[in-house]
Design a protein around this ligand. Structure first.
Ligand code: SF4
Ligand code: SF4
Length: 419
């Protein structure tokens, strides 16, 4: 794609990066076929190619973001399927991240939307506050029946619909909190390695058993696990809302505590069980490349970050009990398959342990959940979820998708249609 940035514009490292990305795009449109919003809405401006044009115009002409640009960028799930499909290696993620930062800085959203985004950015990365808000939301859930029902992919979701989506996501009960930061779990037997495990923010409130299972598995295989004290949310949440000052502050704080831990007692890896967080931590090196004080340390931390399946694939595991009668339908998270390009490791681990693993049809397409997307774009998320379910082996959606909070992991694991 031809670009016409001035030399003065190109002196800005972000614009220079955007220029490089834009020039790699050859307009072929292959990416449109795997873009969930284009597949659903059929509008070129809701495709990667369309969004790339919108971002190019905004950056090149140095124009403030218009309502039109914001609408189509907001509709992007950041699923990154377009990056997997693109034959020219267009780094869409870095381009859309930059567009979101500019939108956040320069576009005046309606007051109610600003407030909602501010609440999400404040509450979700703070596990204590998030736990309280989930408990309060339980009392608000009965009110969802009084709120309007979301329709298919309306142009702009209203605040009431977003609140309804948010309340629907609140679980009926919360599990007990997991272990606190600063906890160390010694290896069973001879120590073969030592890792930090990202504690996460929302996950440690909603599903602490995931990290507990990782700790059990790792320590059983001789790996010492530490939950680093003073670690924060990785910043992915605010990064995707375009609030980079917050995201970068969190990244710097985490880099400092992880490096201290690595220098004091050694770390072979920083393991992540939430792939959206893993994608961002692996990108710290890029995000802080212009920061003189943190660039080197950020690159080091990014190199240490590993998805749990990546790490387990590299160590010798004890021979498994075989469960050849258990069939598992596996659908990878977008951030894992497209963001980190990890596609085989989880399936190989399951197969090696005796499970029969089946691919989900169209599994390259996002389920529509996408972090806070199912709150901020509830109609599209819901339509995407239904489309996803209806594409599964000829089964119709059981209609419970929305009840499960538009989270396909809940849905797929609990839906009898998927066996
Ligand atoms: S990240 Fe996903 S939703 Fe956004 S443009 Fe790419 S494929 Fe489409
Ligand atoms: S597939 Fe890649 S090169 Fe082709 S239009 Fe999409 S982003 Fe551009």
């Amino acid at each position: 794609m031809k670009t016409e940035f001035s030399l003065a514009q190109l002196a800005d490292p972000d614009i220079a990066e955007a220029d490089k990305i834009l020039r790699a795009c050859v307009h072929c449109g292959f990416c449109t076929a795997t873009c969930p919003t284009y597949v659903l809405l059929g509008d070129e401006l809701d495709s990667p190619r369309g969004r790339i044009y919108l971002i190019k115009e905004m950056l090149e002409k140095n124009r403030p973001p218009t309502q039109e640009v914001v609408k189509h960028i907001d509709r992007c799930l950041s699923c990154l399927a377009c990056m997997t499909t693109c034959p020219s290696g267009v780094h869409y993620m870095h381009l859309v991240d930059q567009a979101r930062v500019r939108i956040e800085k320069e576009y005046a959203r309606p007051l109610a939307e600003r407030l909602l985004r501010a609440v999400l950015a404040w509450v979700l990365p703070r596990p204590g506050l998030f736990r309280w808000s989930m408990m309060l939301a339980r009392f608000g859930r009965p009110l969802t029946a009084l709120l309007p029902t979301p329709k298919a992919a309306a142009a702009s979701p209203t605040l009431l619909r977003r609140i309804k989506a948010m309340l629907a996501l609140a679980p009926g009960s919360l599990p007990a909190p997991g272990p606190a930061g600063g906890s160390v779990f010694p290896a069973h037997g001879t120590r073969r390695g030592r890792v930090a495990l990202l504690q996460g923010c929302a996950q440690q409130v909603l599903a602490p058993r995931i990290n507990q299972a990782a700790i059990n598995l790792l320590t059983r295989h001789g790996i010492e696990v530490v939950l680093v004290k003073d670690e924060q949310c990785c910043g992915a949440l605010t990064h995707h809302l375009g609030r980079d000052d917050d995201a970068l502050a969190r990244a710097r704080a985490n880099i400092a505590v992880w490096l201290k831990e690595a220098e004091r007692d050694g770390l072979d890896a920083i393991l992540v069980t939430t792939s959206g967080c893993g994608t961002v931590i692996k990108d710290y090196g890029f995000m802080l490349r212009e920061d003189r004080d943190f660039a080197v340390a950020a690159a080091k931390i990014s190199a240490l970050a590993k998805d749990i399946t990546e790490y387990l694939g590299g160590i010798e595991l004890q021979s498994a009990q075989h469960h050849s009668d258990i069939v598992i339908a596996y659908h990878s998270a977008c951030s894992l398959q497209h963001g980190q390009k990890i596609t085989q490791a989880p399936k190989e681990l399951l197969s090696k342990n005796g499970f029969v693993v089946k691919d989900v049809p169209e599994s390259h397409l996002c389920c529509g959940s996408a972090g806070t997307y199912n709150i901020l774009q509830p109609e599209i998320a819901r339509s995407k979820g239904r489309q996803y379910c209806e594409g599964q082996a000829g089964h119709d959606c059981c209609g419970q998708y929305w009840m499960h909070g538009a989270d396909c992991r809940w849905y797929v694991s609990s839906c009898s249609a998927h066996g």
